[in-house]
Design a protein around this ligand. Structure first.
Ligand SMILES: O=C(O)CCC(=O)C(=O)O
Length: 261
């Protein structure tokens, strides 16, 4: 094709993935990567945590208890400081799947590492990722790759079917580092509609940027809950830069004042 242009391939993945993503607001893909690939990700995460994390600023690295390094809960913008994660994010099957599901060209907005260490791993408040992004239109997705067994005990992600079709809900401050905004009118009806997404290492969950989701705290005695998040948006979505900058500055100030950063 002229100029080497490569359009998103409509036959790259089963059509059922897109159908489920559009209807439910998420799709679960068991075994999206194999055991060797999962092992490679763990190996690279261990390397980054040992060698790179000590050099990163406080707003890239979140702990449940900042005096305890074993309580590491989140690494933000992982692809911006490591070659392995940059390739995994932007030159991989994950990126191709994002274009396939959206049916449009996408750009990467953030890649994160999530953990809920046993004993200290906090709940993830109900929210919609699109609220955080400060983008218009809200056409995008988050991929959530399980790196360990995940279930009700250690904090499965919970989705509400079809919630991506009902617009943005009101959000307010939660005081939770890494998930500072949550839905303020989350109801018993919402809770009753939740679906817990059990997962095994290598399974991929993909949710639309408007899909409502949350996760409980890790209540297990000794199991962590490690995952990677890949966030992609339609390349044409525009950022409200002033709003995004103001939000980020306020957030960092608030978290430092509370002693969380
Ligand atoms: O890992 C979690 O608990 C939640 C992740 C999440 O909310 C997200 O990826 O948008």
């Amino acid at each position: 094709m002229a100029f080497g242009i490569k359009l998103p391939d409509p036959s790259a993945f089963p059509a059922a993935y897109r159908q489920q993503f559009n209807e439910l607001g998420y799709v679960r893909i068991p075994g999206f990567i194999n055991a060797d690939e999962v092992a490679m990700i763990h190996e690279n995460l261990n390397r980054v945590i040992a060698e790179v994390v000590p050099t990163r600023p406080v707003n890239d690295v979140f702990y449940d208890d900042k005096t305890d390094k074993s309580s590491l809960k989140q690494l933000i913008r992982l692809y911006q400081y490591d070659d392995f994660f940059e390739q995994l994010y932007l030159k991989s099957r994950f990126f191709e799947l994002a274009e396939f599901l959206l049916g449009r060209f996408v750009v990467g907005r953030n890649m994160q590492y999530f953990n809920k260490p046993p004993g200290v791993g906090q709940a993830t408040p109900p929210h919609q990722d699109g609220y955080y992004a400060k983008l218009a239109p809200i056409e995008g997705m988050t991929m959530w790759l399980a790196l360990e067994d995940v279930d009700e005990e250690n904090g499965c992600v919970r989705y509400i079917n079809g919630s991506h079709q009902r617009g943005i809900r009101p959000h307010g401050k939660t005081g939770t580092l890494g998930f500072s905004q949550g839905i303020t009118d989350y109801s018993d009806e919402d809770r009753a509609a939740e679906v817990c997404m059990n997962a095994q290492p290598g399974d991929l969950l993909v949710h639309h940027a408007l899909t409502i989701h949350r996760a409980d705290a890790n209540q297990s005695a000794d199991r962590s809950r490690k995952a990677l998040g890949f966030i992609y948006y339609w390349a044409r979505a525009r950022e409200d830069e002033a709003a995004a900058k103001k939000y980020q500055e306020e957030l960092t100030k608030e978290m430092i004042a509370k002693g969380k950063l």
